[in-house]
Write a protein that binds this ligand. Structure first.
Ligand code: AHG
Ligand code: MN
Ligand code: MN
Length: 336
C-alpha cells in the first residue's frame, strides 16, 4: 500500500485546519529533522554507555553531556533557523529562548520537553520528545511572557516523538490525531495510524504506586478504585508504568487506560506534583482530547488552566474519558 508522508497528510487537511498552512508544514518538517537527529543520537547513546565512551566531542570541545542537553541543543539549533518562530521555551532552559537576530522570525512559539523519560535511556526503555505550538498574540516586537503563558486551549498544534522499537510521531492541529512511523530506509515518517481514537474506557492504569504514603485520601481512593474488584462483573485494571510519560501515554492512547501523576506531599516546593504544565501536560491534553479522551488536574480540564509561570507543575489525570472522570470524581467528592 502506498503510504502517505506528513507533508501529504498536512496538504490533505489543508482546508480543514487553519494550521495546515505551508508555513506550519515547514515548521513541522524542521521539527521532524531535529527528531530524526535526536533519534539517531539516542540510539547510539545506549552503545556509548556500554562501551563506556563519552560520546561525541561537540563544537566547543566538550564531551556530550546528558542526553537532555544533547537533545535540547539539537532542537534549539535546528528550530532557530526555521524562520518561523519568535520564541522557544524548553523544559531544560530556565528562561525563554530568543531567536538570534540573524535568523528570520515568524509568529509561532515552540514549547518543548526535549527528552522525556531520559532516566530510562540507560536501560534501553523508550523515551520521547513532547512539543506544543502557540501563535503569538502581538504583531511584532520582543515576545512578552504573557504571549507564551497562554492556556492549553490556545495551542495551534501539539504532539510528540517516541524513540522506541520504532520512532513514531503523533500530532494534532485540531483536526484529529494522526500517527506516523519513521521508515529508516527512506528517512520519512509515513502515516501508520490515521485518525487515532482512544477507547472511552480502558483496562490499564499507570501510576507510581511507590508514592502511596505521600498521597492524600482522594488519590488513594482513585487508585484503589482501578485495582479493586466487586467479585462479580468488574475485574481489576492492570498496572502498567514505564516511567516515561510519552510511552505510558502512547500505550493508553492506542489501547485505552489512564495515566495519573497526582500531587504528593514529598516536596513542599512542588505542591502540584512533578509534571510540567506547558511542555508536558498541555500538549498531551490537546492530543488526548482530539482523540476523544480527557485530561484533568483533578478539578478542571488541563487545557483551561491559566498559566502563571513557564515551568509550573500540575497534577495530571489523562487518558480514556470514563476513567479520567471516575478518578476526578473522588476529588469532587472531597471538595463537595
Ligand atoms: P523528564 O525525563 O522529561 O524529566 O520526564 C520524566 C517524567 C515523566 O516522563 C515520567 O512519567 C515521570 O517523570 C516519572 O516520574 P517518577 O519516576 O517520579 O515516577
Ligand atoms: Mn518530561
Ligand atoms: Mn525532559
Amino acid at each position: 500500500m502506498r503510504q502517505i508522508t506528513v507533508t501529504e497528510q498536512l496538504l490533505i487537511h489543508q482546508k480543514a485546519s487553519p494550521m495546515a498552512t505551508g508555513r506550519f508544514t515547514r515548521l513541522l518538517n524542521e521539527l521532524i529533522l531535529a527528531a530524526k537527529i535526536v533519534s539517531r543520537e539516542v540510539n547510539k547513546a545506549g552503545l556509548v554507555n556500554i562501551l563506556g565512551l563519552t560520546g561525541d566531542i561537540n563544537i566547543q570541545g566538550e564531551q556530550v553531556r546528558k542526553l537532555d542537553e544533547m537533545a535540547n541543543g539539537i532542537i534549539i539549533h535546528r528550530m532557530q533557523r526555521a524562520g518561523l518562530l519568535c520564541a522557544m521555551a524548553s523544559e531544560e532552559n530556565a528562561d525563554l529562548i530568543e531567536i538570534p537576530p540573524q535568523f528570520a522570525h515568524g509568529d509561532y512559539i515552540l514549547i518543548f520537553d526535549p527528552l522525556d523519560g531520559s532516566t530510562n535511556i540507560d536501560v534501553n526503555v523508550s523515551i520521547g520528545t513532547i512539543f506544543s505550538i502557540l501563535r503569538r498574540t502581538h504583531e511584532e516586537g520582543p515576545v512578552s511572557s504573557e504571549e507564551v503563558l497562554q492556556k492549553g486551549d490556545h495551542q495551534v498544534a501539539a504532539g510528540y516523538f517516541i524513540y522506541g522499537s520504532s520512532t513514531m510521531m503523533v500530532y494534532t492541529t485540531g483536526d484529529g490525531v494522526h500517527g506516523f512511523t519513521l521508515d529508516p530506509s527512506v528517512g520519512e515518517f509515513l502515516l501508520s495510524h490515521p485518525n487515532i481514537r482512544i477507547p472511552e474506557k480502558g483496562k490499564v492504569y499507570s501510576v507510581n504506586e511507590g508514592y502511596w504514603n505521600y498521597w492524600d485520601e482522594p488519590t488513594k481512593k482513585a487508585v484503589s478504585y482501578f485495582k479493586s474488584t466487586d467479585n462479580k462483573k468488574r475485574k481489576p485494571y492492570s498496572l502498567r508504568y514505564i516511567g516515561s510519560l510519552v510511552s505510558d501515554f502512547h500505550r493508553n492512547l492506542l489501547s485505552g487506560g489512564i495515566f495519573m501523576y497526582p500531587k504528593d506531599s514529598r516536596d513542599p516546593k512542588k505542591p502540584s506534583g512533578k509534571l510540567r504544565l506547558m511542555c508536558e501536560a498541555n500538549p498531551l491534553a490537546y492530543v488526548v482530547e482530539q482523540a476523544g479522551g480527557a485530561a484533568s488536574d483533578g478539578e478542571k480540564r488541563i487545557l483551561e488552566i491559566e498559566p502563571y509561570e513557564l515551568h509550573q507543575r500540575t497534577p495530571l489525570f489523562i487518558g480514556s474519558k470514563e476513567d479520567v472522570f471516575k478518578a476526578v470524581s473522588f476529588y469532587r467528592e472531597q471538595n463537595a
